[in-house]
Design a protein. Structure first.
Length: 323
């Protein structure tokens, strides 16, 4: 019997640049750009291997997919799959533990540099003719900010947080990170561990890289934002639910902080009534920090490796480890 593979939501990973044709040597492949919840069972029925990014596979769905042997999640986070139910059914679930570290860390600084140097705003001003009509050789719409010497605060010092610290160091920014990490401290000066509260109090920039848990949901609330200097910036490329978005919008409105850059929202796609859409000096990108072509190619390659390892009887990156 030929192996059957189904990709439930291939659009965000593929978009024609990283085709799924590399799956074809494994067997028969069906790729769906998007799969609504009411069609998951219909499309995945009969498949031995299912690939999913954001399409949920809950316990009830898994129980009805009698031929399913292996799930490969097209992401690092695997909360879209009920891994305990998968374990009980003997279905290994593998993820991609690292693929977008550099891309996300670079996005942090893309947001930060836009907030501090206002490249886009000044480009638009030039396009409107403001430089042509200026009596001076230079002008600025608002004061620009140099990063050197500013303190970078990092909440969540995993792979991405550590990479952000490396880049901050290149900008000559001292780094202070919350001390909840098991990762060793970098072997360079101008780095300190501190409590989460101290990170917010002492930093000119706070960049969020913590996972979404019961403890981190709503972590950045009004009280936390009040700890930040009025000249500070908040960057969130972690999860939208880590931030109380109404509190952030209010802090921006009253000038409690200078600006924010977010790549995530509490509900995605972002809802039209999200308060950050109307917030002052808030940059929003559509959860695309991870989507460089290079990162998606790494994601695809690791997924291929996951499938091959499973077929070889030595699965890797399994998140519901079997004895």
């Amino acid at each position: 019997m030929s192996l059957s593979l189904v990709v439930l939501d291939g659009h965000t990973t593929d978009q024609s640049e990283c085709p799924w044709s590399e799956l074809e040597p494994f067997g028969d492949v069906d790729v769906y750009e998007r799969t609504p919840p009411d069609r998951v069972i219909e499309r995945a029925r009969g498949a031995q291997i299912v690939l999913t990014n954001k399409v949920e596979l809950d316990a009830g769905t898994l129980e009805r997919l009698e031929d399913l042997e292996f799930v490969s999640v097209l992401a690092t986070g695997y909360d879209v799959v009920d891994i305990e139910a998968a374990y009980e059914l003997g279905i290994p679930v593998a993820n991609v533990p690292e693929y977008a570290t550099d891309s996300v860390a670079e996005h942090v600084f893309a947001l930060l540099l836009e907030l501090t140097h206002q490249i886009g705003a000044h480009d638009r001003a030039v396009d409107r003719g403001e430089w042509t009509e200026s009596p001076d050789f230079t002008f600025w719409k608002q004061p620009l900010v140099e990063l050197r010497g500013k303190t970078m605060g990092i909440v969540g010092f995993g792979r991405i947080g550590a990479r952000v610290a490396d880049i901050a160091r290149a900008f000559d920014m001292p780094v202070v990170a919350d001390d909840n990490s098991s990762r060793p401290a970098p072997e360079w000066q101008e780095f300190e561990w501190a409590s989460t509260e101290e990170v917010f109090e002492r930093s000119d920039v706070v960049s969020l890289h913590c996972p979404l848990t019961d403890e981190t949901e709503g972590l950045v609330d009004a009280e936390q934002l009040e700890r930040m200097p009025a000249s500070a910036y908040l960057i969130n490329t972690a999860r939208g639910e880590v931030v109380d978005e109404s509190a952030l919008a209010e802090a921006l409105a009253v000038g409690d902080i200078a600006g924010a850059g977010v790549d995530v929202a509490s509900q995605e796609p972002i809802h039209s009534d999200n308060p950050l859409l109307e917030a002052d000096n808030c940059l929003i990108t559509p959860h695309n920090a991870w989507t460089t072509r290079e990162a998606r190619e790494r994601l695809k390659q690791t997924t291929l490796d996951n499938i091959q390892a499973y077929l070889d009887g030595e699965p890797i990156h399994v998140v519901n480890e079997f004895e």
